[in-house]
Design a protein around this ligand. Structure first.
Ligand code: DC
Length: 234
C-alpha cells in the first residue's frame, strides 16, 4: 500500500497506548514520530533542574517565559527510534521519571509553554509524513491533519494495563489507586482551560479495549484504504 504524504494525529485518554500505536505507525509507514508529551516533559525537566518550579508546583512565570526564548528541545534519530534532546544532551530517560511526571501537569497548563510546544511541533511536522500523539494534536496543533484518530478504552482496562506496566518497572501499586489516578487525570485533561482533551469533529474513534497492537494496525490500514482510496497495489 502506497502511503500518502499526510499528517496523522493520534489523540486520546491517558494509558490508551497512544505512543505504542504511533511508534508502530511510524515504523510501518516510514513516518517521523513526534511525541508531544515528551516536549512537555522536557520543559518540565528544565524547570526542575533550574529551580523554576517549587515543590508545591508553583512556577516562576517570568523566568519560565525568558527560558522558553532559547530553550532547545528537539528529537534526534529517524522514525520511531527518535530520542528527545535538550541542547546536545539526550534526556529520553530523565523525562520519564516520577519527579517529572509529578510536575508536568501545571507546566503543560501554562499557555506560554503550550505555545512553545505547538510551535516546535508545527516546525517539525510541517514536512508531512509525520505521526504525532498527544491530547490536542487534531484540535489545536494540526487542525488540518489528514487523518485524526481519537483513542479510548474502558477505564478498568486502561488501569490494568498501567498497573502491569508499573509493576514491570518494579513499582508496587494497587489497582484501586491506579484506577483513581486515571479517573482524576481524565477529568483534569478534559477540563483544563487551555487546549483541553477533546475529540476533533472529524476524528475517528478507536476503542482498543479488546484489541492488540496488530489488530489496531489492521484497523488503520482499512481506514486508510477507504479514506484515501488506496488499494494494495498502490
Ligand atoms: O503523554 P504523556 O504522559 O507523556 O504526557 C505528559 C503530560 O503532558 C501529560 O500530563 C499531558 C500533557 N500533554 C498535553 O497537555 N498535551 C499534549 N498534546 C501532550 C501531553
Amino acid at each position: 500500500m502506497r502511503i500518502p504524504d499526510i499528517i496523522i494525529a493520534v489523540d486520546g485518554y491517558s494509558s490508551t497506548g497512544k505512543s505504542s500505536f504511533a511508534r508502530l505507525i511510524a515504523r510501518e509507514f516510514g513516518f517521523q514520530y513526534l511525541d508531544s508529551g515528551a516536549l512537555y516533559r522536557g520543559v518540565t525537566l528544565f524547570a526542575i533542574e533550574n529551580g523554576l518550579i517549587s515543590p508545591d508546583g508553583t512556577i516562576d512565570i517570568p523566568a519560565m517565559e525568558a527560558a522558553l526564548e532559547t530553550l532547545d528541545i528537539h528529537f534526534e534519530g529517524a522514525g520511531d527510534g527518535s530520542c528527545t534532546f535538550m541542547g546536545d544532551r539526550c534526556v529520553e530517560k530523565d523525562i520519564r521519571t516520577l519527579a517529572v511526571s509529578g510536575k508536568v501537569s501545571p507546566v503543560a497548563a501554562m499557555p506560554q509553554v503550550r505555545e512553545y510546544v505547538d510551535r516546535r511541533l508545527r516546525l517539525l511536522g510541517g514536512k508531512k509524513r509525520a505521526v504525532l500523539d498527544g491530547r490536542d494534536i487534531g484540535t489545536t496543533v494540526f487542525p488540518d491533519a489528514e487523518l485524526k484518530i481519537f483513542m479510548t478504552a474502558d477505564v478498568e482496562v486502561r488501569a490494568m494495563r498501567r498497573m502491569k506496566e508499573m509493576q514491570s518497572k518494579g513499582e508496587n501499586v494497587r489497582f484501586e489507586d491506579v484506577l483513581h489516578n486515571l479517573q482524576e487525570r481524565d477529568y483534569i485533561d478534559s477540563h483544563r482551560e487551555v487546549s483541553p482533551l477533546a475529540m476533533a469533529k472529524d476524528a475517528i474513534v478507536l476503542d482498543n479495549s479488546r484489541m492488540t497492537l496488530d489488530d489496531q494496525m489492521v484497523w488503520l490500514r482499512n481506514i486508510m484504504r477507504k479514506k484515501f482510496n488506496l488499494t494494495d497495489k498502490d
